[in-house]
Design a protein around this ligand. Structure first.
Ligand code: GDP
Ligand code: IMO
Ligand code: MG
Length: 425
């Protein structure tokens, strides 16, 4: 399909990076549309694990252009480091990385505010990645944010920076956070970042419009996941952007009429990192088993991920808000060796059985998952290349997901490497 949006159907870390890298072989452009370096997308490149935070995961295919859209909040230091890191690995970046000149910039006070806000929240903290994502989006919406293009226009930048520092000082002084900021140091540092990034900045709206008119194949790479969407996720335990498919249109500046396909990525189980409700979360022992086996530690922060069974109520909701008809199931290999596998098919709350994902945090916290149990499989499946060679019970699990969710499973991922993937049909 010419224009496809890839989104996480759960709470992030579904394996989007691996799948985007795999699918990139058939496209011309890969574009990120939201989030920032809170994202950690892992790809295995020449047998080495590589985590990308800002640059789209198509970068490892040499003829593909990579776009960072206006909906992404950019920490320029991180972006420059990521570019240099890729160059050191021998990846050619020149004339293939394009950054929207109107993307908002993460400033040092954003990371400081992120940290302080979390401290103030105390026990109710969100468990953010601490990268300044929320405060940077707050400034965008408040119309005071500094945008990439401002880094090239000293007079405008200085004016905006002064105004911002003045505003932030008001808040930060109360929390002893003010001492960290020196106007001249930030000014010099960020103007220098601007010069380093100058050649990558572009009017990406025009670039993508032309690409679409030339019928180029484009993949939009979502970050985070549906249940972390600022509006539709488990608010307030969410990130600060629209992670759902609709976010691709606003975050990149394209109309919905050009989208041909939306694909949801889901693990064969569920994980979540940070605070917030998680109805199907495993008990302590099982959590620890799957975390170890699945190497479930955050790619950005290294924090242990919380693990649980696959949740059909949540996935059905993800289908509703994203409109996907196709999914990719990742990490099926991690379920090998279990005697039984469970899937949540409803939530019991008080005397009611809920089949739709509730918006109330109280209900989500207090509901009890209703499970259907499947017999597991014992074989190691990580070397399989043909769908028909998967164990009978693994196929049964996948077919059941397809039927229950009324979607088509396009691909099944059975290991972190690019070739550890099985096409279903
Ligand atoms: P993303 O944020 O959605 O790109 O996912 P992450 O990179 O944060 O986390 C997914 C992790 O699972 C990474 O360590 C991947 O290398 C790994 N991974 C992806 N697909 C598979 C799979 O099918 N099997 C196994 N065992 N690991 C996988
Ligand atoms: P990828 O793209 C998993 C979570 C954080 C926290 C909440 C808010 O790799 O799937 P933020 O720093 O965004 O304000 O944190 O969102 N979070 C993620 N969880 N994967 C991610 O990205 C995430 N990005 C943010 O843990 O709960
Ligand atoms: Mg991740």
């Amino acid at each position: 399909m010419a224009i496809t949006i890839i989104i996480g159907a759960q709470w992030g870390d579904e394996g989007k990076g691996k799948i985007v890298d795999y699918l990139s072989k058939d496209v011309d452009i890969v574009a990120r549309f939201q989030g920032g370096n809170n994202a950690g997308h892992t790809v295995v490149y020449e047998d080495k694990e590589l985590v990308l935070h800002l640059i789209p995961c198509g970068i490892l295919h040499k003829d593909i252009a990579c776009v960072i859209g206006s909906g992404v909040v950019i920490n320029p230091k991180v972006l420059i480091e990521e570019i240099e890191n890729l160059q050191a690995l021998g990846v050619n970046i020149e004339n293939r990385v394009f950054v929207s000149e109107i993307a908002n910039i993460i400033m040092p006070y954003h990371t400081c505010l992120d940290r302080i806000n979390e401290q103030i929240r105390g026990k109710g903290k969100i468990g953010t990645t601490g990268k300044g994502i929320g405060p940077a989006y707050m400034d965008m919406v408040a119309r005071v944010g500094i945008r990439a293009i401002d880094l090239l226009e000293e007079e405008i930048f200085v004016k905006k920076l002064k105004k911002n520092l003045e505003e932030k000082k008001f808040f930060l002084k109360q929390y002893n956070g003010w001492g960290e900021f020196d106007f001249s140091k930030i000014k010099e540092g960020y103007l220098e970042y601007g010069q380093k990034l100058r050649k990558y900045l572009l009017n990406t709206v025009v670039y993508l419009d032309e690409a679409i008119r030339k019928q180029k194949k484009i993949l939009f790479e979502g970050a985070q996941g549906t249940l972390l969407d600022v509006c539709y996720g488990t608010f307030p335990y969410v990130t600060s952007s629209n992670t759902i498919a609709g976010g691709a249109c606003t975050g990149i500046g394209i109309g919905p009429t050009v989208i041909n396909k939306v694909v949801g990525i889901t693990k064969a189980y569920t994980t979540r990192v940070g605070g917030g409700p998680f109805p199907t979360e495993f008990s302590e022992e099982m959590n620890s088993n799957i975390r170890t086996k699945g190497k479930e530690f955050g790619a950005t922060t290294g924090r242990p991920r919380r693990c649980g069974w696959l949740d059909m109520v949540a996935l059905k909701y993800a289908k509703q808000v994203n409109g996907f008809r196709n999914i990719v199931v990742t990490k099926l290999d991690i379920l090998s060796g279990l005697k039984d596998i469970k899937i949540c098919i409803g939530y019991k709350y008080e005397q009611e059985v809920l089949k739709n994902f509730p918006h109330s945090l109280k209900v989500l916290r207090e509901c009890e998952p209703i499970y259907e149990t499947f017999p597991g499989w014992q074989e190691d499946i990580s070397g399989i290349s043909d769908y028909k060679d998967l164990p009978f019970n693994a196929k049964k699990y996948l077919l059941w997901i397809e039927k229950m969710l009324e979607v088509k499973v396009d691909l099944i991922s059975i290991g972190p490497k690019r070739n550890q993937i099985v096409r279903k049909d």
